[in-house]
Unconditional design. Structure first.
Ligand SMILES: [Zn+2]
Ligand SMILES: [Zn+2]
Length: 273
């Protein structure tokens, strides 16, 4: 069993000031050593960091310290982490999914030898970094909320958009070949099958938004349309015929991506009589 520091529980989300208070460490950096509590706090920031930290199964592949140029395994905190199975320093992990919110994952330990990888530094130049395989001592990584997961993926996509042609090529060709994976949770709403079937029959094979025939037939010959709620169930919309339309896959994506008021108005018109 790990010994959690006083006053913090796994899963707790705290701010930077509280993190410093609990661990008596700096408020900056991804690796924060505290002599007072004899700990090393690791922050895996999925919103802002240039590092490619990622979970594979239940192992966090954590990128060491050093923003620019090749990282040294004997560099200050990399050395502390590398020796953490024997030096008595407690290593604690926080993840940031939302800016300035630190989720405490618990105490971790090094489960394999650190290895080198090519990653871009904070100036966009490709360099060697050290990656440390870490596992939580007590249990599994916390399941992440699906919306938060998508938000961090979205933030990364935005940063990629801002890169120059050559930076992008560098990063794309040095991307880790094994994709990260983590368990996320999402709420699935039960949909009444009668409402869905009703809206499909009402549409009669024609998409309620573009008024074109379904793009293909299912194996059983039925036109393929998807049922969609004008006001999303996740936003409190009702699972009723007057809130449900049948859309072709293109228009369905469009409703979730573009969210145009004109489109919503048109769909509302289709169900109002
Ligand atoms: Zn359509
Ligand atoms: Zn939908």
């Amino acid at each position: 069993m790990a010994t959690p520091p006083l006053g913090i529980e796994i899963g707790e989300v705290i701010d930077n000031a509280r993190l410093r208070e609990v661990f008596k460490c700096s408020t900056q950096g991804g690796m924060r050593r505290s002599n007072k509590t004899n700990t090393l706090v690791l922050v895996s920031n999925h919103v802002k960091s240039v590092y490619g930290d990622r979970w594979i199964e239940n192992t966090l592949h954590y990128t060491g310290m050093g923003l620019v140029g090749d990282q040294e395994l004997n560099g200050v905190q990399n050395k502390t982490l590398n020796e953490s199975n024997t030096n008595g320093v407690g290593v604690h992990l926080f993840e940031v999914f939302v800016n300035k919110e630190y989720t405490y994952q618990g105490q971790v330990r090094l489960t394999g030898s650190p290895y080198q990888e090519r990653q871009p530094d904070s100036e966009g130049d490709i360099r060697d970094v050290w990656v440390f395989p870490l596992k939580l001592i007590d249990g599994m990584p916390l399941v992440q909320n699906n919306d938060d997961f998508r938000a961090t993926q979205g933030a990364k996509a935005k940063r990629a958009k801002r890169l120059s042609e050559s930076e992008l090529e560098d990063k794309a060709s040095n991307a880790p070949k094994t994709p990260g994976s983590r368990t996320t949770k999402s709420t699935q709403y039960e949909r009444d099958p009668h409402v869905a079937e009703f809206s499909r029959r009402r549409a009669n094979g024609i998409c309620d938004l573009c008024d074109c025939p379904a793009p293909f037939q299912k194996k059983n010959g039925d036109p393929y349309l998807e049922s969609h709620h004008i006001v999303w169930l996740s936003r409190g919309g009702e699972d009723t015929p007057s809130n449900t339309v049948a859309l072709c896959p293109n228009c369905h994506r469009r409703m979730h991506i573009v969210k145009s008021a004109t489109d919503i108005k048109k769909l509302a018109g289709k169900v109002s009589h």
